[in-house]
Design a protein around this ligand. Structure first.
Ligand code: PMP
Length: 426
């Protein structure tokens, strides 16, 4: 299949005006014009199964969220320095989904800002500056946050106060090793910071290690690491920007599966089902001193439209049982993917939690040798079959499957059949 004239022209215009920093997915880029539920439609009228986009967590253009945004936009949209019920109602509903200790919320517009603010708060309250993150973490785009987002590659230099630790790789380590390795690595990073005269401020991890290759278990492996950072006087920040809002199925928040208590939780992406909103949910003690001195203000964060969108999202997750659906369909999907491993040896590992699934593609299952080239061909092969996923991990060989939470068993069958069909031809 070749690109249309019109799409070629659009790509040329785009490159000219947006410059070289922007990227497009796929060898044959996709020109989308509409979305509904788990389906996306392109300019030629073709239908695609979306198994990748986690922002539209309730399904694309969910009518309830669209209606909430429209209705509030038509009435009032101002900043947070006036009294308004919307933000308070929403913050109450949001914090009610967290353990009791995490009872306050602060709102931003992006996950990057949320992580940036979390660092400022942590540095203020701990008096430390050190940051520990994973080897291939992504926490956002601001200067401060990019300094501990090694997945950005050569364009960023990690800060002198930053230490990285390997993400715990459940495919290559036995469960008993997994249970203690991450804690040991974090302790070594703490010791190294101290040796350099740097007091640790935070350990930050994505609780399903999205960009490190998707590692969901064994449950509890985070605990020793969280204990270590606490013992060193630092805070634990759970980055739930990708795994949060029910996606991992067993719990609303990824950290809950590990039985740990974060000091701050950063959230975003699916929070407004596409309306840009993000924030931090935290322990009140963490912000008690910072708060009154901070003059915290965010022009758009937590405005009445954001609050309305966020509330509609929370209500829909509950009323449509989307967390339960993620658990049930996620399990069914992983079983379907695992059923392919006998026939297709390129599938080295199927892992994940709920509707956050990673499939590791290898050249040789005995050696567990990553095959990035084959992975790219699979992603593009699925795109030709009108199924959308992506890839992640340090060797770009982990299929990243992260569909809207309304994904059905039938959708899962389509994905598994599509993958089998691609593997057959490669
Ligand atoms: N944290 C994680 C784990 C993310 O995946 C992202 C976005 N990919 C961010 C933070 C930053 O969020 P945003 O793009 O909204 O700034």
């Amino acid at each position: 299949e070749r690109l249309s004239e019109a799409d070629r022209a659009l790509i040329a215009r785009r490159e000219k005006v947006l410059g070289p920093a922007y990227r497009l997915f796929y060898e044959k880029p996709l020109h989308l014009v509409r979305g509904e539920g788990v389906f996306l439609y392109d300019a030629a009228g073709e239908t695609y199964l979306d198994a990748y986009n986690n922002v539209a967590s309730l399904g694309h253009c969910h009518p309830r969220v669209v209606e909430a945004i429209n209705a509030q936009t038509a009435v009032l949209n101002t900043h947070t320095r006036y009294l308004h019920e919307g933000i308070v109602d929403y913050a109450e509903a949001l914090t009610a989904t967290f353990p009791e200790t995490l009872s306050q919320a602060m709102f931003t517009c992006t996950g990057s800002e949320a992580n940036d603010l979390a660092v400022r708060i942590a540095r203020f309250v701990t008096g430390g500056t050190g940051i520990i993150a994973t080897d291939l973490a992504y926490h956002g785009l601001t200067s401060a946050v990019a300094e501990f987002s090694p997945s950005l590659g050569e364009a960023v230099t990690l800060g002198p106060h930053v230490r990285t630790v390997p993400a715990p790789d459940s495919y290559r380590h036995a469960p008993d090793v997994m249970m203690e390795k991450f804690g040991r690595d974090v302790q070594a990073a703490i010791d190294d910071l101290k040796r350099h005269g740097i007091k640790p401020a935070i350990l930050i991890t994505d609780t399903i290690f999205s960009s490190d290759g998707i590692f969901a278990g064994p449950k509890g492996f985070l605990k020793p690491a969280v204990d270590a950072i606490h013992a060193a006087g630092g805070l634990f920040v759970a980055d739930e920007v990708q795994p949060g809002f029910g996606r991992t199925g067993e719990a609303m928040w990824g950290f809950e599966r590990h039985g740990v208590q974060p000091d701050m939780v950063t959230i975003g992406k699916p929070m407004g089902n596409g309306y840009p909103m993000a924030g931090i949910v935290l322990r009140p003690e963490v912000v008690a001193e910072f708060g009154p001195r901070a003059r915290y203000f965010n022009t758009f964060g937590g405005n009445p439209v954001a609050a309305a969108a966020g509330k509609a999202v929370l209500d829909t997750i509950r009323e449509e049982g989307l967390q339960e659906n993620a658990l049930e369909v996620g399990r069914y999907l992983r079983e379907g993917l695992e059923s392919l491993t006998d026939r297709y040896h390129a599938i080295g590992d199927v892992r994940g939690s709920g509707l956050f699934v990673g499939v590791e593609i290898v050249a040789d299952p005995a050696a567990k040798s990553p095959d990035a080239t084959l992975t790219t061909r699979i992603v593009n092969g699925l795109r030709e079959r009108r199924i959308l996923i992506s890839a992640s991990g340090p060797r770009a060989n982990v299929l990243k499957i992260r569909p809207p939470l309304v994904f059905s068993r039938e959708n899962a069958d389509m994905l598994v059949d599509g993958l089998a069909d691609v593997l057959k031809t490669l």
